[in-house]
Design a protein around this ligand. Structure first.
Ligand code: NAP
Length: 248
């Protein structure tokens, strides 16, 4: 059964990793996918081609999620290109890890702007469309780190915890218009982001996870599928940990 037949979806940061996994599974479920990237043009254009081969409409857009004006222009362009928007997935994110003692102001600000300010930018940009159609699903990619904190990631943890507060507030504010907003808190997912860690640290994470493995982009994409589709029509303001039991 295709759960998103004919739905138009925006995914930020889908040139690789989790975003790419979401784009692929959503296309398999019949969704038209508009997605962004920041600098990885080649993989983004390859993904556009791969998704199109699945028989859906797909388009890559270079857009900095941290920029309010770029996000507004992006959404206007997607509305012109796709004719509507049903689902927004705020997935773009970065890390700039350091102990607080050594963290620069710039690294703190950059992570907050790309991870947290971006979801304000994009949610504002789609809000009018969702209000008019009295329907919409917004999914914010938080992290277990936003729920429990992590040494060496004060900037990242603050951004991801902020996303949870934003998610719950949007759910309360827009629920009466049938606009739902939920967050996913992935645990340790094996992508380029976590590929920067040394093998010993990675092995330590895997052993600490009750399901004894790192997650895959598909694990996260399947949770997104639930929140994007009518299977979750009565679910809003929630944070779903997709972490192999890490936070249990
Ligand atoms: P990734 O492999 O590093 O991919 C990040 C994606 O975000 C790329 O497509 C990148 O585009 C895009 N991006 C970065 N800065 C951007 C900007 N300013 N504007 C637009 N797009 C931008 O990361 P990932 O592991 O897939 O993570 C995806 C999301 O899940 C992030 O929000 C991350 O915090 C969250 N998460 C990941 C894990 C994990 O274990 N991997 C765990 C919890 C939460 P380019 O390729 O052009 O740079």
């Amino acid at each position: 059964m295709k759960l998103l037949e004919g739905k138009n979806v925006i995914i930020t940061g889908a040139s690789r990793g989790i975003g790419r996994g979401i784009a692929e599974i959503f296309a398999d479920h019949g969704a038209n996918v508009a997605f962004t990237y920041s600098s990885s043009e080649k993989p983004a254009l390859e993904l556009e081609k791969d998704l199109t081969k699945k028989g859906v409409k797909a388009k890559a857009y270079k857009s900095n999620a941290a920029s309010f004006s770029e996000s507004e222009k992006l959404v206007a362009q997607i509305l012109t290109d796709f004719g509507g928007i049903d689902v927004l997935i705020n997935n773009a994110g970065i890390t700039k890890d350091n102990l607080l003692m050594r963290m620069s102001e710039e690294d703190f600000d950059t992570v907050i702007e790309i991870n947290l300010k971006s979801i304000f930018n994009m949610t504002k940009a789609v809000q009018r469309t969702f209000l008019k159609q009295r329907k919409g699903s917004i999914i914010n990619m938080s992290s277990v780190v936003g729920v429990k904190g992590n040494a060496g990631q004060t900037n990242y943890a603050a951004s991801k915890a902020g996303m949870i507060g934003f998610t719950k507030s949007v759910a309360l504010e827009l629920g009466s218009r049938n606009i739902r907003c939920n967050a996913i808190a992935p645990g340790f997912i094996e992508t380029e982001m976590t590929g920067k860690l040394d093998e010993k640290t990675v092995q330590g994470w895997r052993e600490a996870i009750p399901l004894k493995r790192g997650g895959t982009p598909e694990d996260i994409a399947n949770a997104c599928l639930f929140f994007a589709s009518d299977l979750s029509a009565y679910v809003t303001g929630q944070v779903l940990n997709v972490d192999g039991g890490m936070l249990t």
